[in-house]
Design a protein around this ligand. Structure first.
Ligand SMILES: NC(=O)c1ccc[n+]([C@@H]2O[C@H](COP(=O)([O-])OP(=O)(O)OC[C@H]3O[C@@H](n4cnc5c(N)ncnc54)[C@H](OP(=O)(O)O)[C@@H]3O)[C@@H](O)[C@H]2O)c1
Length: 252
């Protein structure tokens, strides 16, 4: 089987789902030639974990709410890839918030929106020339992660369609931010389709990570194995979709 993509960049890859994504990508039988594992603090103890994973791994500093840091990573990735462009961008970094109607304040809402909505959108904006370059060099090939793609790691907690009854936990900042991120995914899918770039939102399941906690039913290995299988199957027909880690379609 061909590699999922020649080059992949993952945000928030020092722990949780992001770390497992770069670990499984590097360990796959046909690994991507370039894996850009990015995190806020590559020199920190958790950043060093992803540094030791594989030979094709490049560790870069990216704080997704800091524009100069994103632009620095674009420059670093570009100098690695020369004129090949970036095939696959996985917007994984995110934060949660359990604020209730009683406890929330505007700053918390803004912080969660900055990380879960504005950050991923700016990452796409800044990496767009490299994604376009990859899409162009694939000629008239159909949409796929191998050609050029943006994957936004979402959550079914951001689905308005699944939230018609009383939600289990309102989590206003988190759920509203992920619903907004879903709209961003739909708009990107519509705008970038003609440029040859696929965009999809993926719900990873409820996963045992710092965010998901030990109570979650899914291991991070299981979730990421599913996500990578789904990514390999994406095509024109699924661009603009909201899918879970098993490939099931979710309502927006
Ligand atoms: N776990 C679940 O059950 C679950 C369910 C649905 C969706 N998700 C989504 O899956 C994604 C990953 O979640 P996770 O469970 O792996 O969470 P996690 O274990 O809490 O890890 C979050 C990652 O995001 C990074 N991050 C946060 N803010 C950042 C910023 N401004 N710039 C760069 N990196 C930043 C963190 O880096 P630091 O170490 O520097 O903080 C960390 O690497 C998130 O988008 C989350 O919403 C998770």
């Amino acid at each position: 089987m061909a590699a999922l993509a020649r080059s992949v960049l993952v945000t928030g890859s020092n722990r949780g789902i992001g770390l497992e994504l770069v670990r499984q990508l590097a360990a796959s039988p046909r690994p991507p030639q370039h894996i850009f594992a990015t995190c806020r603090d590559p020199e920190g103890p958790r950043g060093k974990v992803s540094a030791g994973i594989g030979s094709g791994m490049v560790l870069s500093q990216v704080d997704t709410v800091n524009l100069p840091s994103i632009q620095g990573a674009v420059w670093a990735v570009k100098s690695h890839l020369k004129d090949q462009g970036l095939n696959l961008l996985i917007n994984n970094a995110g934060i949660s918030s359990h604020a209730t109607l009683r406890s929330l304040d505007s700053q918390e809402m803004l912080d969660v929106f900055a990380t879960n909505v504005v950050g991923p959108l700016l990452v796409v904006k800044e990496f767009l020339p490299l994604l376009e370059q990859a899409a162009k060099s694939a000629g008239k090939e159909g949409l796929s992660c191998r050609r050029a793609a943006v994957i936004n790691i979402s959550t079914k907690l951001g689905s308005i369609g699944l939230c018609l009854g009383l939600p289990e936990a309102p989590m206003y900042p988190y759920r509203a931010s992920k619903a907004a991120q879903n709209m961003v995914t739909r708009c990107l899918a519509a705008e970038l389709q003609d440029k040859g770039i696929l965009c999809v939102a993926i719900h990873p399941g409820w996963v045992k990570t710092d965010m998901g906690t030990e109570k979650a039913p899914l291991t991070v290995e299981h979730s990421v194995r599913g996500i990578l299988t789904v990514l390999a199957s994406l095509s024109q027909a699924t661009s603009g979709a909201f899918l879970d880690w098993e490939g099931n379609s979710l309502p927006w």
